[in-house]
Write a new protein. Structure first.
Length: 181
């Protein structure tokens, strides 16, 4: 997935994280593993999502999660998907509006952010496949920028662990499925 494609949705994020893991498996096996990974198969991220989004079923797949409230699928294709949400991510209230792709693009409500989650699989020159996950966050104004900074101070020390957790599981699942006849 090219940066320009992500920039279309969220061109100037205040926060951008990216994780990448490589599997000894074909791209379809990696994408299938990513599509089948459930929240209850992760430790930290699954609990964090359930705490932040009350009522999230523990056995929901990541693909299903990113396609249901408070998220919306912005665009998707073969072995890639882009989802987003808008709102106040620093609160524990479910005050996230339902938005479609066009509403996401023009979202500018004061005191909120736009968040983008992109996941894709790419073929490597050596025959392996990489799964990549990128998250971006863009505040709508100065008030949201300050709230986001306060949240990021708390979250950022753990982001590398939390963000990479599902990708490592996807790689293991894809390699195991590719190894079985």
């Amino acid at each position: 997935m090219k940066q320009a494609e992500l920039d279309r949705w969220l061109p100037d994020p205040s926060i951008r994280t990216r994780h990448r893991r490589v599997a000894r498996a074909d791209p379809d096996a990696v994408w299938d593993a990513a599509a089948s990974l459930r929240m209850d198969q992760t430790r930290t991220l699954g609990r964090l999502v359930q705490w932040r989004i009350p009522g999230t079923p523990p056995d929901i797949g990541f693909r299903g999660l990113l396609a249901s409230h408070p998220f919306t699928v912005l665009d998707e294709g073969e072995r890639w998907s882009v989802s987003g949400l808008c709102g106040r991510i620093w609160t524990t209230r479910d005050d996230y509006p339902d938005v479609d792709a066009e509403q996401y693009l023009t979202w500018d409500e004061s005191g909120t952010v736009r968040v983008l989650f992109a996941n894709w699989v790419q073929e490597e020159p050596d025959g392996r496949s990489a799964i990549v996950s990128e998250a971006r966050v863009q505040p709508t104004d100065r008030r949201a920028q300050w709230a986001l900074k306060a949240l990021w101070v708390t979250v950022s020390p753990f982001e590398r662990l939390i963000g990479a957790e599902p990708l490592s599981l996807v790689v293991r699942m894809a390699e195991e499925s590719s190894a079985t006849p």
